[in-house]
Design a protein around this ligand. Structure first.
Ligand code: UD1
Length: 417
């Protein structure tokens, strides 16, 4: 078992570059099976979720190869349409394969997707949309089977702007017959990036980033070389690591407008922020003040930064209120932060945080990816030594987080037990 051992208290300083966005790369890896030609994903991070997706592709007969930092995907010999249960359950994004496999084979068999245990995470919106495109869906307790004689463009209205459902339906519609209109879709930057990736492959997708996406089906997609956008959640996590330790850092590679809600909160909270091109500089101010925020679909505060931002509230003067509107069970990190001296109470989707001067070291367990990174941030602030277990969750989305933090001056080690 691996754990991070952190001796807290070092003020972080320096600069680092963030990776390509996990949530942009994963649907692109599914999209890569829509052509027989080679797809190159530039600067593809070797995080665990990407490696699991590569394993899924390998099981389907898809060849992948890292060429330095870039990943080549060659689906010319793809020969399967079933996602093996043990891999599907490891990764939420295996659900994207459903849309892509139906596009390619007119059939798919997938188990219910896994991923972070942060809520029930149903996939009704994905399935309803597919049904409207002419897909027959048979659900049983263990897996979902889909088949269609033809995929037909149509009008689909999502009752909630689900990121995954939007992406899955985009992947299904690009090779469908005729036009598809997707209304009420998610507007996340990763969806805009998926549109650009697909269009570079020859697809005709318009409107991503707004609440309506129009797709004109084409007969064939072709080879592409594409550099995904930077990981705004990774960028936000490191900006917070500096603020939480009273330090100052420069994060390179990320478009600040993609994490504007966090930047806005930090500016309000005695931090100095300056932005030049894709460089975000943050310097922590005096003692942080309490603040309130509510998560929501883009452009609102990202749920994927809720846990890390909560750590800042635990050491801010006064009472902060955090409302989690996206996932119903995304406060798993609270019990662990309390072991480190945080004063937090949770009622339903609302957390009330009474700021303390400083956290203290403790042995804690990460239960999910972002909650896990929040515990790392807490450890950087804490007095004494923290041991953070559940490193596997954190590695799903952060490449070499310990190494990167060490370059900023943190005292953090990855240890095996
Ligand atoms: C994606 C991101 C995840 C992020 C989330 C919200 C990826 C790989 N993951 O997850 O990091 O936290 O967006 O920004 O991109 N819902 C339904 N029915 C559905 C689909 C979703 O009720 O068919 C609900 C979910 O239970 C949840 C909410 O909608 O409460 C948001 O989910 P969704 O936007 O679909 O998130 P994911 O695509 O799973």
């Amino acid at each position: 078992m691996e754990k991070f051992v952190i001796n807290g208290g070092a003020k972080l300083s320096g600069s680092l570059r963030v990776e390509s966005a996990k949530n942009a790369v994963l649907p692109m890896l599914a999209g890569a099976i829509l052509t027989d030609e080679k797809v190159i994903i530039k600067n593809c991070p070797k995080i665990e979720d990407v490696l699991t997706m590569i394993k899924i592709l390998a099981r389907l007969g898809v060849k992948t190869q890292f060429l330095g930092e870039d990943l080549m995907v060659d689906a010319s010999n793809i020969n399967g349409y079933e996602i093996p249960d043990e891999l599907g359950k490891e990764l939420r994004s295996s659900v994207f394969m459903m849309g892509a496999l139906i596009s390619r084979f007119k059939k798919a068999k997938v188990s219910y997707p896994g991923g972070c245990k942060i809520g029930a995470r149903p996939i009704n919106l994905h399935l309803d949309g597919l049904k409207q495109m002419g897909v027959n869906v048979i659900e049983n307790e263990e897996y979902i089977e889909c088949f269609a004689s033809d995929l037909k463009g149509c009008k689909i209205k999502l009752s909630y702007p689900s990121v995954g459902a939007t992406e899955n339906l985009m992947l299904s519609a690009v090779l469908a017959q005729g036009k598809t209109e997707l209304h009420g879709v998610a507007k996340e930057p990763e969806i805009v990036d998926l549109m650009q990736f697909l269009n570079k492959m020859g697809a005709k997708v318009y409107g991503a980033g707004t609440s309506t996406i129009l797709i004109e089906g084409v007969k064939k997609l072709h080879a592409v070389e594409y550099k995904p956008i930077a990981d705004r959640i990774e960028a936000g996590t490191y900006l917070l690591s500096a603020v939480i330790t009273g330090g100052e850092i420069e994060v390179n590679g990320c478009d600040a407008k993609n994490i504007y809600p966090l930047i806005h909160k930090l500016c309000d909270n005695t931090c100095k922020i300056s932005i030049k091109n894709d460089i975000i500089y943050v310097k922590s101010g005096r003692v942080p003040k309490s603040f309130d925020f509510s998560t929501g679909p883009y452009p609102f505060f990202p749920t994927d930064l809720q846990a890390q931002t909560m750590v800042l509230s635990t050491i801010s003067q006064g009472v902060s209120t955090i409302i989690e509107n996206v996932f119903e069970n995304r406060f798993c990190h609270v019990s662990e932060l309390k072991k480190m001296g945080a004063d937090i109470s949770v009622k339903g989707r609302r957390a009330t945080v009474n700021g303390v001067n400083r956290l203290h070291g403790a042995k804690v367990f990460a239960n999910d990816l972002r909650g896990g990174s929040a515990l790392v941030l807490a450890g950087l602030n804490a007095e004494g030594v923290s041991e953070i277990y559940g490193v596997n969750h954190i590695k799903r989305g952060y490449l070499n987080i310990d190494e990167k933090l060490r370059t900023l001056g943190a005292n953090v080690k990855l240890q095996k037990e």
